[in-house]
Ligand binder design. Structure first.
Ligand code: UDP
Length: 253
């Protein structure tokens, strides 16, 4: 990995300079963090699984006309992506009450929401990603009203596609988080596309029959078998043939 220039190291991924201008290589680590990185662990094989699951989902979204930064998977832990200017927001879509909304509004976990809800959080670790409104977003120039409309439209479309995709394999999509970035064409026209990853690290996924958690809440709440649950998500999506977490770094290209 040292042969390439590192651009950024995050909690779960490292970004390296890509082979061509305007591209980056995203390397998926096994590191898991929760509660603003107060809780940390290394979960062997998680990076491999998230690389594969995110590839599968982003590839599917690209094919259905949702623009994403994903270009192709390079190997077990890396994917080639388009370089974007990240918008400093986390866009959360919720179908069912869980996590922070359940706590904040006194809802029972598992209660269906009256309709899908889109929320925005300001990406800032020092401030613990506070929830913000469209007023904050436009006032502080993080995004314009049109950009917000575009992100909401894409988030709702992603929710419809992913809800169906997961339900078909016996999984309920409870909620998830998206990140968006800006790209510019030769004439400097700006377009917003989906960035980051979509994986059990950024979604709540419950078994449709049993309600068993198959996502990062297994780590947050010390439920055990975290990578096994991620592997089961991959297996059901038809990505991995068995439940054995792959740990090999090299190999395919
Ligand atoms: N989420 C995420 N990164 C974050 C915060 C939330 O990927 O920094 C995801 C989380 O996994 C869940 C959804 O966004 O699928 C909603 O999270 P919530 O606001 O309930 O916060 P949490 O309970 O995860 O702290």
């Amino acid at each position: 990995m040292s042969r390439r220039k590192m651009i950024y190291e995050g909690k779960a991924k490292i970004l390296y300079e890509g082979p061509e201008p305007g591209t980056l290589v995203a390397y998926f680590k096994d590191d898991a963090t929760a509660f603003n990185a107060q809780k940390k662990a290394v979960l062997e094989g998680k990076g491999v699984l998230n690389n594969r699951i995110s590839e599968f989902i982003m590839g599917h979204l690209n094919a259905l006309g949702v623009p994403t930064h994903f270009i192709r998977r390079l190997n077990m832990r890396e994917q080639l992506v388009r370089e974007v200017e990240i918008i400093p927001l986390e866009v959360v879509v919720r179908n069912v009450a869980a996590g922070s909304i359940a706590k904040k509004l006194g809802l029972t976990e598992g209660e269906a929401l009256p309709r899908s809800i889109v929320e925005f959080y300001y990406k800032n670790d020092a401030l613990e990603d506070p929830m913000v409104s469209e007023e904050h977003i436009t006032a502080f120039n993080w995004a314009a009203t049109q950009d917000i409309d575009d992100m909401i439209a894409m988030a709702v479309r992603v929710n419809d596609i992913l809800s169906g995709m997961f339900l078909a394999v016996g999984i309920r999509l409870i909620d998830f988080k998206l990140e968006f970035g800006r790209i510019y064409d030769q004439n400097d026209n700006m377009r917003i596309i989906l960035a980051d990853e979509i994986s059990p690290d950024s979604c709540r996924l419950w078994d449709a029959e049993t309600g068993e958690k198959m996502d990062k809440d297994r780590f947050r709440r010390d439920l055990g078998n975290v990578t096994e649950a991620y592997a089961e998500v991959a297996r059901r999506l038809g990505i991995m043939k068995d439940n054995a977490p792959a740990t090999n770094d090299e190999g395919e290209s």
